[in-house]
Design a binder for this molecule. Structure first.
Ligand code: GLN
Length: 247
């Protein structure tokens, strides 16, 4: 039986708006297809993980305070994480975690939370605490060449991210990387870093299957056609949301 291993980073600190749902969705969609899903968790104080021994690394969103506490721990793994990304391990990073993989996060008081500096972007909090990018968001995303799809989520961030260079999606509704921006997130084949909570994968089965397919093909070295699942409810929800927001 095929198996994929997920590493869930800082579950006790990064879990805003149901981000853990992303892991539940991946597990559900794997098990429906008879693929075993193993989940390990890592929190501060645990034994150092070897990131390259996983197929998927996941980290969710968190408030500035949590981010500043765990940044110090995370940077210890910079080289190991960099290596895993180069090896093709899939990274799904939501909101606070998205910010932490960039150059830095500058908080409201001007304090700098160091990032892993693996990706080129940086984030600066908007100085007015009451002003945040909050609400539903819809993107147009090209997961595979010439196959655009709509990705739906919910954003809530004061941080404004600049210099993404390789964005995840074009914003059709909502803000994205910064107020009124037309671009959202950061995307390279094996990394999706995004502000979309929701959780992202429950609202977007296509994104889940992109990740599962990518990981199976990488691990087993063969072309994969995933069994089609019954997504009637998911599709109905999507239809409703899209009608409400962009049609
Ligand atoms: N602290 C970050 C911000 O407000 C991230 C928030 C989040 O993860 N939702 O920009």
């Amino acid at each position: 039986m095929k198996e994929l291993k997920i590493l869930y980073l800082y579950p006790d600190m990064l879990e805003l708006y149901g981000d853990y749902g992303n892991i539940q969705v991946l597990k559900y969609r794997m098990e429906k297809r008879n693929i075993t899903c193993k989940i390990d968790q890592y929190s501060i104080g645990d034994a150092a993980p070897d990131f390259s021994s996983y197929d998927i690394v996941f980290a969710g969103g968190g408030a500035d305070n949590e981010q500043s506490i765990l940044a110090e721990d995370l940077v210890k793994y910079k080289e190991n994480i960099k290596q895993a990304i180069q090896n093709g391990v899939f990274f799904l990073l939501i909101c606070g975690a998205y910010q932490l993989f960039g150059k830095y996060y500058k908080g409201v008081e001007g304090n700098i939370i160091p990032g892993l500096e693996i990706f080129p972007y940086y984030t600066e909090a908007i100085l007015d605490r009451k002003k945040r990018c909050i609400g539903n968001i819809v993107l147009e995303v090209e997961l595979e060449n010439n196959k655009p799809t709509k990705v739906i989520g919910f954003e809530n961030h004061g941080g404004q991210t600049f210099n993404s260079l390789s964005h995840f999606g074009k914003v059709l509704y909502g803000n994205g990387n910064s107020f009124g921006n037309s671009e959202e997130g950061f995307f390279i084949g094996n990394v999706i870093a995004t502000y979309l909570h929701g959780p992202l994968l429950s609202k977007n089965p296509e994104v889940s299957d992109y990740i599962i397919k990518y990981c199976l093909e990488r691990k087993y070295g063969e072309k994969v056609e995933l069994e089609v699942l019954d997504d009637t409810f998911e599709l109905k929800c999507r239809e409703q949301m899209l009608k409400r927001l962009i049609k």
